[in-house]
Write a new protein. Structure first.
Length: 82
């Protein structure tokens, strides 16, 4: 679902994210967001959205039967016994 609202850039390049948008994103004052310039458009992502995006990118390059978490656990156990 797309929503659009006009905002103005104020001093220092600041923009205000409308309350309705913040509510729908589940972000509150003081939360960190990731800002991305993509195909000439600005995109705002929550940290959770950015993490999911990174996970999706990573998964497309992994073999289906490979477990990175399993490999990390095995590696750490090996280091613990050294």
């Amino acid at each position: 679902m797309e929503h659009e609202q006009k905002v103005r850039i104020s001093e220092g390049g600041r923009i205000v994210i409308p309350a309705e948008f913040r509510k729908q994103l589940g972000v509150e004052i003081g939360d960190d967001l990731i800002i991305r310039l993509e195909n000439g458009e600005l995109r705002l992502l929550t940290k959770e959205q950015a993490i999911r995006h990174a996970q999706q990118l990573t998964l497309q390059y992994l073999k289906k039967d490979r477990s990175l978490s399993g490999e990390l656990i095995a590696e750490r156990r090996g280091e613990a016994y050294e």
